[in-house]
Write a protein that binds this ligand. Structure first.
Ligand code: PFF
Length: 454
């Protein structure tokens, strides 16, 4: 049975459970697939430093804001604003979030499905003796095929739905408590392998030695957008998870730990990947194919590559799963609490809808390739709308809500519920959510939709 609060609402059972769930949400394809390749594309360490600045100044305060809104209201992303600011326009922030969850999970499930397929390929030693060109063709012809990637996406969505259906404690918490430690062990093994490769130093220099002349405006914008995506911010995921956190939890402490875990895993993913990429003389800026084309190439040249390939794609799949359940939970909690569907029915319904959208996403890589909107296929369109519009808008409104509407007294009360905060830190936090976060996000948003050129 799930642990229930007095009013019968489910709760996480321990603070480790809370951290594993929230860090599980944050650590995902964003850290292991996207972070290394965008760091490669935007020039390495300089990008990393800007990203770290955004994480600290904007990501962490917005995360704390989401936890405060969730725990104070004990509601889903939409219901939270309805409860805290009744009959106001604020509640539409929640609708944006639910919409974003649908879109993100649709394409997220597709990439996660590729990852499952690559576990299978790695197990059957399918990368062996393939030339770099053959590996590239293998990847493109796989993602363009109409059947296999669709089946893997559906399999992954069924897995996600099954965990969410079991509930907060017996489904989500129980699974992340096992999967997160497994993930940490795998990434540490991969790191040891990477840094002991001859020539690894060059990769580490690329990742940690900044050359700010390489930084572009676009790189800075991507760093902020990615900070949001990576920390699972801007669409109510951490409002929803926050609503299952008990009153004794120290929210500031939790937010700091989750932020550190997410950032550390992204850096460790970089450390696992770049030394290997450099050691085998491969271009670090090879884009989205870095993980699916470049790495198999690296693995098949590396001693012990067979095992490391399996471990790597297993890592990617586990990380994706602990994130996808958090995204699905946003939709399920909304269907359950607002549309009054039974939780089981809500889960089946939400999973089926997202999976269907995911099938279209997957097919848009191949047979639906020619159906485009502004040159974007359906997959890229959902990615673009969610990353450039919905997440920044959601993050903007969430920080405005906490900074301007919620009130200093209530912020203090919620943070001190299970924790403490000095006057100075509180003022610092309020300044960040009132001014810095909204202004920075507005700049990204306006440039994302092309109204501002940087
Ligand atoms: N943070 C996840 C990742 O880095 O892969 C993706 C994600 C999860 C984005 C949940 C947004 C979200 F609400």
């Amino acid at each position: 049975m799930s642990k229930q609060s007095k009013k019968g609402r489910a709760e996480f059972s321990s603070s480790f459970g809370v951290i594993a769930a929230a860090a599980g949400s944050a650590v995902g394809l964003g850290n292991i697939w996207k972070f290394p390749y965008i760091t490669g594309v935007y020039g390495g360490a300089a990008f990393l430093f800007v990203y770290l600045g955004f994480i600290l100044a904007i990501g962490l305060p917005v995360m704390l804001s989401e936890f405060i809104i969730g725990r104070k209201s004990h509601r889903n992303a939409f219901g939270a604003f309805k409860k805290l600011a009744p009959k106001s326009l604020w509640q539409y922030i929640g609708i944006l979030g639910v919409g974003a969850a649908f879109m993100i999970l649709a394409f997220y499930g597709v990439v996660a499905g590729w990852s499952v397929d690559y576990v299978v390929t790695a197990l059957s030693n399918g990368f062996a003796d393939q030339s770099p060109d053959q590996l590239a063709v293998m990847f493109t012809s796989f993602i363009e095929s109409p059947v296999q990637p669709v089946l893997y996406q559906l399999l992954f969505m069924v897995l996600t739905g099954a965990i969410v259906m079991l509930g907060i404690k017996d489904g989500i918490e129980r699974n992340v408590k096992v999967m997160m430690p497994v993930l940490v062990v795998i990434i540490i093994i991969l790191n040891i392998r990477a840094v002991t490769l001859p020539g690894a130093g060059e990769g580490l220099r690329f990742l940690f030695h900044p050359d700010f002349s390489k930084l572009t405006g676009e790189g800075v914008l991507s760093a902020l957008g990615h900070a949001f995506f990576s920390l699972s911010l801007g669409m109510g995921t951490l409002i929803t998870y926050g609503s299952y956190i008990d009153k004794k939890n120290n929210l500031l402490n939790t937010a700091v730990k989750v932020t550190i875990a997410d950032t550390l895993i992204a850096i460790l993913a970089g450390v696992a990947i770049f030394p290997a990429v450099f050691a085998f003389g491969i271009e670090p800026s090879s884009g989205p194919g870095l993980v699916f084309i470049t790495l198999p190439n690296v693995f098949q040249q590396m001693p012990g590559g067979y095992i490391f390939a399996i471990l790597f794609f297993l890592l990617l799949t586990v990380a994706a799963l602990t994130s996808s359940i958090s995204i699905l939970e946003v939709v399920v909690a909304y269907f359950h609490e607002e549309l009054k569907l039974k939780r089981k029915i809500a889960t089946i319904f939400a999973t089926a809808l997202v999976a269907l959208l995911g099938v279209i996403c997957s097919l848009s890589m191949g047979i639906f390739k020619d159906y485009t909107f502004y040159d974007l296929n359906f997959f890229d369109l959902l990615d673009w709308i969610s990353a450039n519009l919905l997440l920044p808008l959601g993050g903007l409104f969430i920080s405005l809500f906490i900074g301007w509407k919620f009130g200093r007294k209530k912020i203090r009360a919620e943070i001190e519920n299970g924790g403490s905060i000095s006057e100075l830190m509180l003022s610092g936090f309020i300044f960040l959510v009132k001014f810095i976060a909204p202004i920075a996000i507005a700049i990204v948003f306006l440039s994302g939709i092309g109204l501002l050129k940087i």
